[in-house]
Design a protein around this ligand. Sequence first.
Ligand code: NAD
Length: 476
Amino acid sequence: MRISVVGSGYVGLVAAACFAELGHDVVSIDNDAEKIGRLQQGEVPIHEQHLPELLARHRNKKLTFSTDLAGAVRQSTAIFIAVGTPATNEGDADLSYVESVSRAIALGINDYKIVVEKSTVPVFTSNWIRKVMLLDGAPADLFDVASNPEFLREGTAVVDFLYPDRIVTGADTARCADVLRQIYLPLTDGSYYRRGDRVAVPAPKNWPGAARIIATTTKSAEIIKHASNAFLATKISFINAVANICESVGADVKEVCEGIGSDSRIGNRFLSPGVGYGGSCFPKDLKAFRHVARENGYDFTLLSSVISINEEQRARFLRKVRTALWTLKGKKIAVLGLAFKGGTDDIRESPAIEIVKSLLKEGCEIRAYDPAANDRAREVLPSQGISCYESAYDAIKGADALVILTDWSEFAELDLDRVRATLTYPIVVDGRNLYDPAVMATYGFLYYSVGRPDVQPARRIEKSEKITAAVTGKVE
Ligand SMILES: NC(=O)c1ccc[n+]([C@@H]2O[C@H](COP(=O)([O-])OP(=O)(O)OC[C@H]3O[C@@H](n4cnc5c(N)ncnc54)[C@H](O)[C@@H]3O)[C@@H](O)[C@H]2O)c1
């Protein structure tokens, strides 16, 4: 199949590389000529596990890069739209990029093609795409519009794409549904996974051997994406609210999570209390879903609560830092993590960035480190009062306290003796609950986390007692 993917960002680039991996001939399109130039030169513009290998494997073979949208459309049977859909000031999705791409696609329709929404868009967008394409002269019988929402998570995007929980294809004609089915056939019939060594990424544990496809109407597919993100964000805000109750009464949210998460109807994933959700998807998608619900006569008040709990969570965390340090002005704070979550360099709507900005406003001196997001963060943070370092230990050296803001796995594996020795005061405020409070106490820290009792330094443990104890919670 010849495929164009319009938008070479986190979703478009991963989708294009993975479609090439499945054996399709793919053109990855962007209107950012500099980005396309870098991709053509072999650069990888985002931090995403397995993506560099995949791009190297298919570049100039199954995968090419171009700014020529009309030319790519003419050669393709399926055109995926993967451009941004940010929030407007009113909270609805800004679909102007989707509209301008749809108009441009209309000009290149010369035989039957499907135009597929990969971007996250509100229900009815497929109708609008069809309308504007017809207005721009695309013959009605030569195209269909489909919805194929993307569920990948940044940090594990390639694995998520190639080993999906499900593939949702929304189409309103049998012909269109069939093209989508063909595109994903190597995943759904399992033939891709039987390629042995030639598979880019090994299968995750318990992989069933074939991906599940859920074929729906376009409207259902559009709602599935918004509803999925809304549900996941609700789970996060729910457990954050529970964590806040735990803090008030002196209970331990980790124990509570274990207790409720073991119920198979609830499940233990996404029950991680912390500084709240962020990123380029949940905040805007919740607002857009609430907006489209309101436009269609339903006041989705649950989502308003989810959003306000999330906003309050950051403010609560700042209060926690203040409680730990008393006054903030002039304090040197080591900050671990700037990305909105571990495994990515994406800082869009990152709680870490917001918290750092607030700390800077309060007069703190920030010593920050993120394994991938330092450069992007420098672009949005004030230049005064903050230095970015190349390692966690450089950032921690001489700081008055350590604040953990992103759940990178390397932050859960720090050499705690070294941290203790280089911090001016043994204060750790952990916004991601990466450590066990009892163990942190034995290492001599004043340790503050989310939804669990604060701890004071306790008996000093011997160096031979493994550092990993802090992660597992067991002192061996
Ligand atoms: N990032 C995620 O984890 C994720 C997951 C699932 C769905 N989504 C959705 O996918 C969509 C894209 O998200 P993203 O994170 O990849 O965005 P992104 O900002 O990383 O990438 C968008 C790309 O589109 C390009 N673009 C904009 N207008 C264009 C035009 N007219 N022609 C060609 N290219 C154009 C931009 O230059 C940019 O490279 C959004 O709707 C998002 O909600 C994102």
